[in-house]
Design a protein around this ligand. Structure first.
Ligand SMILES: [Fe+2]
Length: 256
């Protein structure tokens, strides 16, 4: 059994004191990382929106907080990130840039779903990524597979959020359905816990380490996801919440 912790949508700023809609993202992430350390995963997977404005200093803060976990840390970008800064700065001793790797009997595939010219934060896969994904699935047909990307590749039922989903989501679902080794798809972006099964594949959304989307997620607390991958190709997962309450008297420095 191998256990990974998915941490997503940390939305850090260059200044640790900057708030996002009144929420102290740095303090909130500190509380989540503490809980992750106590949960003792074997590795960490970061699924994007790690910096709110793509600032280099925000990635430095992230490294400062995560390096002491002393675990392998894999990552993909989200629509708020600057992918090239990430590649340059997430290079600490424990950070891993691989996007396809084996974990026990499992294969993990990490997709970059950022559409650079996006106006509203929607995602897309490049033709090279579509081809890469198909090739990986063909090459490792005997390995139970987890796919991670930032954007949700299916409708979740909230109109404004679904406008920001992965474009060509049906193409994604159709491709995945051809490969029976794919057990689960995990994503961030929606700032909420979510689960839907399509065919034999589970699609999991994971809460942010800061603000949740309250109309989808009534728990409304920061969190992360633990995923236990068994050698026989089965898995278990649960979301863990962190009882972190921001001091609401501070003023937001971000426009709403
Ligand atoms: Fe986000």
């Amino acid at each position: 059994m191998i256990t990974l912790a998915q941490i997503t949508d940390t939305h850090l700023f260059a200044d640790k004191n900057t708030l996002m809609r009144g929420w102290p993202t740095w303090e909130s992430l500190q509380a989540v990382v503490q809980a992750v350390a106590e949960a003792q995963p074997d590795l960490v997977l970061l699924t994007g929106d790690l910096a709110d404005q793509g600032e280099g200093k925000a990635y430095r803060h992230l490294v400062e907080l995560l390096e002491p976990l002393n675990l392998p840390i894999y990552w993909i970008p989200g629509n708020h990130d600057d992918g090239s800064k990430m590649a340059n700065m997430l290079t600490g001793e424990n950070f891993c840039s691989e996007k396809t790797f084996r974990l026990g009997s499992w294969r993990l595939l990490l997709l970059d779903s950022v559409l650079v010219e996006s106006q509203i934060g929607q995602g897309a896969l490049s033709e090279a990524s579509w081809q890469w994904l198909e090739n990986q699935l063909e090459n490792y047909g005997d390995q139970p597979t987890l796919i991670a990307l930032h954007h949700h590749p299916l409708q979740i039922g909230i109109d404004w959020m679904d406008m920001m989903q992965l474009q060509e989501s049906e193409r994604f679902q159709t491709l995945i359905a051809r490969f029976r080794q794919v057990k689960l798809v995990i994503f961030g972006h929606i700032h909420a816990k979510f689960l839907q099964r399509l065919g034999t594949v589970d699609y999991h959304g994971t809460p942010s380490t800061c603000i949740q989307v309250a109309d989808l997620d009534d728990e409304n607390l920061p969190g992360f996801r633990m995923i236990h991958l068994a050698e026989d190709g089965t898995y278990k997962t649960q979301v863990q919440r962190v009882a972190f309450a921001p001091n609401r008297t501070r003023k937001s420095t971000m426009p709403h």
